[in-house]
Design a protein around this ligand. Structure first.
Ligand SMILES: O=C(O)C1=C[C@@H](OP(=O)(O)O)[C@@H](O)[C@H](O)C1
Ligand SMILES: C=C(OP(=O)(O)O)C(=O)O
Length: 446
């Protein structure tokens, strides 16, 4: 968004002394988007504490305001949202600028598909390359119509239909964004909307829809497939929401603490929903000393504090079945693998090619640039671990407008001999404002 209009902001991260201290990370991005969207559909005032104030979430806030919700932040950092009721969104006067955010785009396409309005979605160069056909297809079956750029991409204009037609849809790709788009569309139509997910993906939409009072049921089949049924013409009640810290953001200081010798770091208030916690498990399997303390529930989500101590890591071959539970954490997991003893083989990662960047190709190029031996596969990567030897370092790493690439190589720099230069740190503001200063509070030099 606006940060992308000025000049690239390169930065070099260098070998850090042992990291230490206790930190918190900003609010969960997925839950923050959904908090704003669902609050905007409830009649009355909702209150959100701990909302992620990153560019992606601010794009969602701006879109909801443009369609009639009253959204303000008070001086204590609490967000207050006065919703318009299910079906009450207004025609936006101008194009909705989704910036870099796939979640904003796909969830809002769903939300608007069952409203009698026309909306145009635009985004930055990264978002404009990402496939929207995966939501256009089911939403078209519900009656919405689309004029998209070639390949089903942004900019696109959609015309919603009210009343729309409920569908039963089996997800062809494991995607919480597609699942959520369909469920959000289902709120404003008569009858039952059903999504069948063969592989479970993050379930924040289900938890939160229920929390706001929607009639939503989940049945689990013998083969593990989940059948989610939402009854439409829902009435949502305003809520008071506390957003837990984002496990996808905690991933970066977590790996930093494991790979910088002598480190011991505590990260408080981290969301540990099992559909999101795959990285913690993977790092433990690699020999990482990661302990969860004070497990508790915050706002309907499991949360805990993580205590991490530097560890000698071992290579892994993770089961592709766990990919959805850590889909955004692979770039930083690759950095952990680069420091481990032995080879790691990651497979089943084809979805990584359609994130903010092609995360397989971009990570492979970046790892090579800092002296790691890798082999890129169609659906993954093989990484030859350095057995704890510092990474040689180098750069500048091309981040391609991808926040997670920038943060992954920043962490690599902390365990490098000669430092790692990132070509542009601006994208980090989409999900983790304050990332570099937070590393500095742990003792990193940048
Ligand atoms: O639903 C969500 O909030 C998200 C779902 C995932 O995307 P996919 O549904 O494309 O896997 C994830 O990569 C993204 O960061 C957030
Ligand atoms: C893939 C991501 O987000 P989005 O799809 O919302 O752009 C991410 O944050 O890693």
């Amino acid at each position: 968004m606006n940060a992308h209009n000025d000049q690239p902001r390169p930065m070099t991260f260098t070998a850090a002394p042992a990291l230490s201290g206790a930190i918190g990370v900003p609010g969960d991005k997925s839950i923050s988007h959904r908090s704003l969207m669902l609050s905007a559909l409830a009649v009355g005032e909702s209150r959100v504490e701990g909302l992620l104030e990153g560019e992606d979430v601010l794009a969602t806030a701006a879109a909801m305001r443009a369609m009639g919700a009253d959204i303000m932040r008070d001086d204590d950092g609490i967000w207050h949202i006065h919703g318009v009721g299910v079906g009450g969104l207004m025609q936006p006067a101008t194009a909705l600028d989704m910036g870099n955010s796939g979640t904003s785009t796909r969830l809002l396409m769903g939300l608007l598909a069952s409203h009698d309005l026309t909306a145009t979605f635009i985004g930055d160069a990264s978002l404009s390359k990402r496939p929207m056909g995966r939501v256009i297809e089911p939403l078209s079956a519900m009656g919405a119509s689309f004029a998209a750029s070639p390949g089903g991409r942004l900019p696109l204009t959609m015309r919603g239909l009210c009343p729309a037609v409920p569908i039963s849809y089996r997800l062809p790709v494991a995607s919480a964004q597609v699942k959520s788009a369909i469920l959000l569309a289902g709120l404003n139509m008569p009858g039952q909307t059903q999504v069948i997910e063969p592989v479970p993906t993050r379930d924040h939409s289900e938890r939160m829809l229920r929390g706001f009072g929607a009639d939503l049921e989940v049945a689990v089949e013998a083969d593990g497939a989940r059948i989610i049924t939402l009854t439409g013409e829902a009435e949502l009640r305003p809520q008071s929401i506390v957003v837990p810290g984002d496990p996808s953001s905690a991933a970066f200081p977590m790996v930093a603490a494991l790979i910088v010798p002598g480190s011991r770091v505590t990260i408080t208030n981290v969301g540990l929903n099992p559909t999101r916690a795959g990285l913690v498990e993977l790092l433990q399997e690699m020999g990482g000393d990661v302990t969860v303390i004070n497990p508790r529930e915050v706002g309907g989500e499991p949360v805990g504090d993580l205590v991490i101590a530097a560890s000698a890591l071992r290579g892994v071959d993770p089961d592709p079945a766990r990919v959805p539970s850590m889909v955004d954490e692979f770039p930083i997991a690759f950095i952990a693998a680069a420091m481990a003893q032995g080879r790691s083989t990651f497979r089943g990662l084809e979805e990584l090619r359609v994130k903010e960047s092609d995360r397989i190709a971009v990570m492979a190029a970046g790892l090579r640039a800092i002296g790691v031996v890798v082999e890129e596969l169609d659906d993954g990567i093989i990484i030859e671990g350095r057995g704890g030897d510092p990474l040689p370092g180098g750069g500048p790493i091309a981040t391609h407008l991808d926040h997670r690439i920038a943060m992954s190589f920043a962490v690599a720099g902390l365990a490098s001999r000669n430092g790692v230069t990132i070509d542009d740190m601006r994208p980090v503001a989409t999900s983790f404002p304050g990332f570099a200063p937070l590393l500095t509070t742990l003792g990193a030099t940048g």
